[in-house]
Design a protein around this ligand. Structure first.
Ligand code: SIN
Length: 480
């Protein structure tokens, strides 16, 4: 492995260093269960050092002309694209997703650098005259300060760049806490940013398995003004409560429980193609994964059979084996959760028409599984599955599909398939989610505002909104 891809120390103030305690933790390949690296385990003093470095460098970074920040981000896009094969291999090794998907993730991740390099020079304010004529109103957007992104293991590159790129574009500095399961990709990204010209201290990366200790140490610094988290609603709720103590700006991309609605007039070829992406992308371990299929009765049997055939045909194996299309789940806990959810669903009356039983290790493999005869109150429909399992509920009509789709506390994304565009738009309006795929099985796009309603989160990432989330709005009242 190239030196740039084998970074295992903390990245603080532009330097690689071991944890102050000397402690390290192991990173495993979920396809073999073997240790692939040991990584420096940040503690409170490392977190404080990283935050101090970020605080010291943020004013000079913010003072650079937007074009200068933009060009560094553009260079990061180029470098990440050049290093795509090596980084994708690293993702497969620590996360399990198959190599082709990992390469897709690198392209997605790199695009956040390119998109926000373009946004960095377009941070516009506003000018207006107050209706009564007494004030001239100037509106400015200024960097919020030091940002603390906390990223998940399912997209170890893209979730980091989706937060780092807009922060840098806006003039913020960053202390990144990557997931303990997948720290190597984040450390390789730190190297990319350093090589692209990001000054030392502006981006710091501190993996560590004492999440609370690290977070407490980072948030005690007065210059930290932003927490951005992607992960479970449960952890998000705790972070919001903690951030509330200092009234910090938060962005939360939390759990999903996406409905995938197939109406009777849908193009079934397109619906199957979309379902395969929405369900199977990254082994089903995405917040955007189709988690509940609601299919109108006239097409339910055909849709279920065709989906079972397509899912069951995916070769399962280690992500680096050529030909593998479904890799292992990330760890034993994730795999065991999927096992428990499927077993409970079957006990509640569902039928596994493909898959349904755990595969032999080593490696945390679970087969592509389609469940039919799922009653609308089956417990599996209440949980985020995070695995390759598609529960299908037959519905009587569009109104029932919408009612069931909205019957959850989550609201990240929904999918709907119909040949009638006007009906599709009416359904999209009625669905309680921050994003809707209308005849599309994927909504993720660096140029679009990604985010959820209800308990799926706060704020938007990507698009124009993504950079605004790293700014404070200031208004100047004047007259002349
Ligand atoms: C996620 O699963 O958290 C993000 C998925 C995406 O950006 O496509």
């Amino acid at each position: 492995m190239a030196e740039t891809l084998s970074r295992t120390d903390l990245f603080i103030g532009g330097e690689w260093r071991p944890a102050a305690s000397g402690d390290r933790f192991a990173v495993h390949d979920p396809g073999t269960e073997q240790v692939i690296a040991t990584v420096a385990n940040a503690g409170a003093s490392d977190a404080r050092a990283a935050t101090a470095a970020a605080a010291a460098t943020q004013p000079a970074w913010a003072a650079l002309p937007p074009r200068a920040r933009a060009e560094i981000l553009r260079r990061a896009w180029e470098l990440l694209t050049e290093r795509a094969d090596d980084l994708a291999r690293l993702i497969t090794l620590e996360n399990g997703k198959v190599f082709a998907e990992a390469k897709g993730e690198i392209t997605y991740a790199a695009e956040f650098f390119r998109w926000f390099s373009e946004e960095a020079v377009r941070l516009r304010g506003e000018f207006s005259t107050a209706p009564g004529g007494a004030n001239r109103i100037l509106v400015l957007h200024q960097p919020v300060g030091v940002a603390y992104p906390i990223t998940p293991w399912n997209f170890p590159a893209a979730m980091a760049t989706r937060k780092i790129a807009p922060a840098l574009a806006a003039g913020c500095s960053v202390v990144l806490k990557p997931a303990t399961l997948t720290p190597l990709t984040a450390l390789a990204l730190a190297e990319v940013l350093h090589d692209a010209g990001v000054p030392g201290g502006v981006v710091n990366v501190i993996p560590g398995n004492q999440a609370r200790v690290i977070t407490n140490a980072v948030l005690e610094h007065e210059r930290v003004r932003k927490v951005s988290f992607t992960g479970s609603t449960e952890v998000g709720r705790m972070l919001i409560a903690q951030a509330a103590e200092r009234v910090l700006n938060v962005s939360m991309e939390l759990g999903g429980n996406a409905p995938f609605i197939v109406l009777a007039d849908a193009d079934l070829d397109a619906a199957i193609e979309g379902a395969m992406i929405a369900k199977m992308r990254h082994n089903g371990e995405t917040c955007t994964a189709a988690n509940r299929f609601y299919v109108e009765a006239p097409v339910a049997a055909e849709f279920s059979q065709r989906l079972a055939q397509a899912m069951g045909a995916l070769p399962t194996g280690h992500g680096l084996e050529p030909g593998s299309r479904l890799g292992p789940l990330v760890d034993a806990t994730t795999r065991d959760t999927v096992v428990a959810l499927v077993d409970e669903a079957v006990r509640a009356g569902a039928k596994a028409i493909v898959g349904g039983s755990v595969l032999e290790g080593p490696g945390f493999y679970y087969p592509a599984t389609v469940l039919t005869d799922v009653a609308p109150d089956n417990p599996i429909l209440q949980e985020e599955i995070f695995g390759p399992v598609a529960p299908i509920v037959t519905v009587a009509d569009t109104a029932e599909a919408i009612r069931l789709a909205n019957s959850t506390t989550m609201g990240l994304v929904s999918y709907v398939y119909t040949r009638d565009l006007a009906k599709g738009l009416r359904v999209a309006e009625a669905l309680e989610s921050g994003m809707v795929g209308l005849n599309k099985g994927i909504v993720s796009d660096p140029a679009a505002p990604f985010g959820g309603m209800k308990e799926s989160g706060l704020g938007r990432e990507g698009g124009h909104e993504g950079m605004l989330d790293y700014t404070e709005t200031k208004y100047v009242a004047t007259d002349w």
